[in-house]
Design a protein around this ligand. Sequence first.
Ligand SMILES: Cc1ncc(COP(=O)(O)O)c(C=O)c1O
Length: 442
Amino acid sequence: MTSDLRGRPLWERAQRVMPGGVSSNVKMDESPYPLFFTRAEGSRLTDADGNEYVDYTCGYGPVILGHAYPSVVQAVQRAAAKGFIYGGQHEGEVLLAERLAAAVPCIEMVRYCSTGSEAVAAAVRLARAYTRRKNLVRFAGHYHGWLDEQLVSSHPTAQTDVLPQAESEGQIPTATDHVLVTRWNDAPGLERLLVTRGRDVAAILMEPIMCNSGVIMPAPGYLAQVRKLCTQHGVVLIFDEVITGFRVHMGGAQALLNVTPDLAVFGKALANGFPLSCVGGSRKIMDLITSGRVVHAGTFNGNPLGVAAALATLEELGRNNGAAFARLTALGQRLMEGIRRTAVARKIPLLVQGPGPVFYAWLTDASVITDYESSARVDRAPYSRFSAALLEHGVRVIPGGRWYVSLSHSEEEIDRTCEAVGHALDVVAGGAELLAADGRGS
Ligand SMILES: Cc1ncc(COP(=O)(O)O)c(C=O)c1O
């Protein structure tokens, strides 16, 4: 379906003036080359060559209602007509903070930022100031942003509890000095770490549902146990809800799973695609900003356009007592079940798992994946061929394996997507047979 009319020349031009021809490294992974788009509407994307795709990237998570969702467009247009930035406060910020506090269990106060990475950095600074301790505990396979201390062992090649690894050249050599990395979903392991190092630990930072290395639910009782350990050891519990926030439940994963952290970070779906994020949590911690002990700033924080988009998004999501999340879950689960059935009919080993609004697919014969190591061991090359083949059949997914649905997807579209999945799986299986016949596959 993709032709080389405009997309490829654009990418070639882009590479001369933009590193990798893209604006974020992760976008370099798309095969056959990073696509360029001219339009996004509802569940659909149109590329520079006029090809249309059903979109399950959802902007890598933010698009929860659908692209160019009319009430969000109107709210942003109305706000834009009144100015983009005031260099001062406006009522929308207060309204949104009140709404966030009403919806999210841990939030008594919030501060806005523009991206998830920034909001995570603010949360960690608050935790260090509050506890007057230095160390941050995080988990292998969880991603929290690209800043120096965040890009530590998100995707380690060797699993280790003692040697956090920086992931990019140019990170300050001390970036790993105050980061302890351990296994997620392993409460006894965390307890051992806290017993020996707890007095130096300011915060435990985690995705409450691990979405960045497979979509993996916390084991039953795990989050409650972590909560208990944090309270026992005087450690601030931070949930990074940049993906799960306003995607799995109106109150985030913390409401879905009934465990309340001290601080939480939201981004992505908060404003249906506008760059707006926030850190929120208990008053006693957030008040460190009020007193001036903790510095937090940002030219674009709380900008009227992002806030207008967020208010309109939360208005839609909050209608009918959570009906939006029931629908998102039903749509996601229908798609997961359809993909599963399509693979079974072809005897292709494929695993899909996740709550529904976000889920993950691996080409593996494992029946469930509960940890980072097992997810990282799965060979990604066949999946990459699968996602490229899906593109040929008018379906765009994230090449890594994560799928997102929005409220603009329809049942009919999902059922047609499953047909495309069948064609793409045939391509992958055909490729495997060719390799085997060649003797290259063994
Ligand atoms: C869980 C999580 N936290 C933080 C971030 C960083 O957010 P941003 O890309 O907006 O800086 C991401 C980005 O994907 C994420 O998935």
